[in-house]
Design a protein around this ligand. Structure first.
Ligand code: PEP
Length: 244
């Protein structure tokens, strides 16, 4: 049985006090990871201890430890009480040149340190216009996560996020999203078997909000959402969770 989930991604928004205030408002919501900036992790994880909300980092280093000034390792993330890490977000790929290989290493280290991974994939506008979305997501999966063992795979949640829909107000239609989610699930089935594919949670992300969430989440292969902008306002995020 796969888990239905709505995860929030605060990105580089909210100072510590604002983050604590938002987490306090969300405290009673069930089973939803929220991704916070590194410096919020320990405080928010402590605040949400005992609640059903899990805390996620938005990144971790591609090295175990050592002379990497400014980096935060998977072990450090885990030591804050966070249970998840979001990896492969298109903003990391685009602005910080995160390659398939680098992401494969981040995923490996995250899992080795007991974190669960929300792994993001998705095509840019030009790739969608050229009808290349399937080959893009396939390459992203093969390049960074299809080297994992079946046991490791159990700790992977996928998030399909068409880059053209992130923060733009353009959402994939439920039909567009369902089509590619079903394709992604078929790739997981080819690699890890049908049962593992059925158990894999695949989230949709990209301008998902309280108005369009219910229609998207009603699709058979869409198991919830990864929410950016709308996760910054408790009322909106809670309405999306209610649509799950
Ligand atoms: C995201 O960045 O993961 C995202 C889905 O953002 P938004 O909801 O703002 O499009």
């Amino acid at each position: 049985m796969r888990t239905k989930m709505v995860a929030g991604n605060w990105k580089m928004n909210k100072n510590l006090q604002e983050g604590v205030a938002l987490a306090t408002e969300l405290k009673e919501a069930v089973k939803n990871p929220i991704g916070t900036p590194f410096i919020h992790l320990a405080t928010v994880a402590e605040l949400l201890k005992g609640s059903a909300i899990k805390v996620a980092a938005e990144n971790c280093a591609d090295h175990e430890k050592g002379a990497y000034t400014g980096e935060v390792s998977a072990e450090m993330v885990k030591s804050t009480g966070a249970e998840y890490v979001i990896l492969g977000h298109s903003e990391r790929r685009q602005y910080y040149a995160e390659s398939y290989e680098m992401l494969a290493e981040k995923v490996r280290l995250a899992l080795a340190n007991g974190l669960k991974v929300i792994f993001c994939i998705g095509e840019v506008k030009e790739e969608r216009e050229a009808g290349k979305q399937n080959e893009v997501v396939k390459a992203q999966l093969e390049g960074s996560v299809f080297g994992l063992s079946a046991e490791e795979w159990k700790n992977i949640t996928l998030a399909y996020e068409p880059v053209w829909a992130i923060g733009t107000g353009l959402t994939a239609t439920p039909a567009q999203a369902e089509e590619i989610h079903a394709y992604i699930r078929s790739l997981v089935a080819e690699k890890y078997g049908k049962e593992a594919a059925e158990d894999t949670t695949i989230l949709y992300g990209g301008s998902c909000n309280e108005k369009n969430a219910a229609e998207l989440f009603a699709c058979p292969d869409i198991d919830g959402g990864l929410i950016g902008g709308a996760a910054l306002v408790a009322e909106k995020f809670l309405a999306i969770i209610a649509a799950r």
